[in-house]
Design a protein around this ligand. Structure first.
Ligand code: NAP
Length: 331
């Protein structure tokens, strides 16, 4: 049975497992049309009701393909997409967001999206990225509010990547409905305090800021596949990926994932995929856990693992010890 959770203060309830239509697991970008439709139909049957896409996934192909399936199946699901602001958009941020959303709606064949999210990483000062936290809380939010009034979106949020302090400030403002948060067994710092020297970006308990304010959509729960502890990729997956907020490269992530095998060997879980998917459920601030799929088997396996519920206390305690090992550079 699928578990449903409140999406922050939106009044929406989302399935604990979400459907990531990104470029990493290639189903909605490079999958055959019949496979895409079968997977979405099966996801709906399993109770999944949140589908996440973006214009940049497969260079608009993900939105187009999701739109085709939605038109064919007409499922009762929630759809979220994103926009990105480039340096050339800074003269007219609300206009750029509106144009991006119009193009997304056309590809998705929808009149409105349930969720529109900023895809830019957020820093205190613009530089590495064109948007600063002040831009986000100023022109971006006011542009999004206008689109909400026009009925083109129901809720809006961010990708919670960038400077931790800027992300905390943005979420604390209470003006964002949702945040996509990177949380996995290689980087638990958004949910838990990590030991000093922990080898990953420190989100410093971002979830405590989100609780009661923004719905949390977990991303990269398998660290793009590294948490399978297997380096070879599915034939339709993207051949290589850059880690987000974990190790320096995919291979380093896979190697670290292998150090978590103890959890399986000691009988806490049947495999690392199960451990990874059940871990974020332990936080009540988490609304949904997105996963990228390359096959129907991925979807079936994930639904089965998630149905077991949050990781039990003993497994969490074992993980804490393994994480201390990561921080000290030993096993
Ligand atoms: N806002 C943002 O900036 C942002 C960033 C990243 C992700 N996202 C969202 O989050 C979603 C998920 O992220 P992601 O796809 O990048 O990473 P992910 O979910 O951590 O990893 C996906 C990969 O995990 C493997 N996998 C999935 N299910 C499996 C299963 N049951 N058993 C074994 N392996 C399995 C597959 O690897 P193989 O294909 O190699 O087998 C798949 O490609 C995206 O689709 C997107 O919607 C958003």
């Amino acid at each position: 049975m699928m578990d449903y959770r409140a999406l922050g203060r939106t009044g929406l309830r989302v399935s604990a497992l979400g459907f990531g239509c990104g470029n990493v697991g290639g189903l909605m970008v490079r999958g055959a049309p019949a496979d895409r439709e079968r997977a979405v139909a099966r996801a709906v049957e399993l109770g999944i009701n949140y589908f996440d896409t973006a214009p940049s996934y497969g260079d608009t192909q993900s939105e187009t393909n999701l739109g085709l399936v939605l038109k064919s199946l007409r499922p009762n699901v929630l759809v979220g997409t994103k926009f990105r602001i480039d340096a050339s958009d800074l003269r007219d941020i609300p206009g750029a967001i509106a144009r991006s959303l119009d193009a997304s709606l056309k590809r998705l064949q929808l009149e409105r999206v349930d969720l529109l999210q900023c895809h830019n990483h957020i820093f205190e000062r613009a530089g590495k990225e064109p948007l600063s936290a002040d831009d986000l809380l100023g022109e971006v939010v006011s542009g999004l509010e206008k689109l909400r009034v026009q009925g083109k979106l129901r809720f809006f949020g961010i990708t919670a990547l960038g400077d931790t302090a800027a992300l905390h400030r943005a979420i604390d403002s209470g003006r964002l409905d949702t945040a996509q948060v990177c949380l996995n067994l290689l980087n638990p710092s958004a949910a838990l305090e990590v030991p000093s020297g922990f080898p990953a970006h420190d989100f410093r308990n971002l979830l405590t800021h989100a609780r009661g304010r923004a719905g949390v959509i977990v991303i990269r729960v398998l660290a793009a596949g590294a948490l399978t502890a297997v380096e070879t990729r599915h034939p339709i997956a993207v051949p290589s990926v850059a880690p987000i907020a974990t190790g320096p490269d995919y291979q380093a992530d896979v190697e670290r994932a292998r150090q978590l095998q103890t959890l399986v060997d000691e009988g806490h879980v049947s495999d690392l995929v199960e451990a990874s998917l059940r871990f974020p459920l332990a936080s009540d601030a988490v609304s949904t856990v997105l996963l990228g799929y390359s096959s129907l088997d991925h979807l079936e396996g994930a639904a089965k693992a998630l149905a077991k519920g949050p990781l039990p206390r003993e497994a969490m305690d074992r993980l804490s010890a393994l994480w201390r090992g990561f921080a000290s550079g030993s096993r």
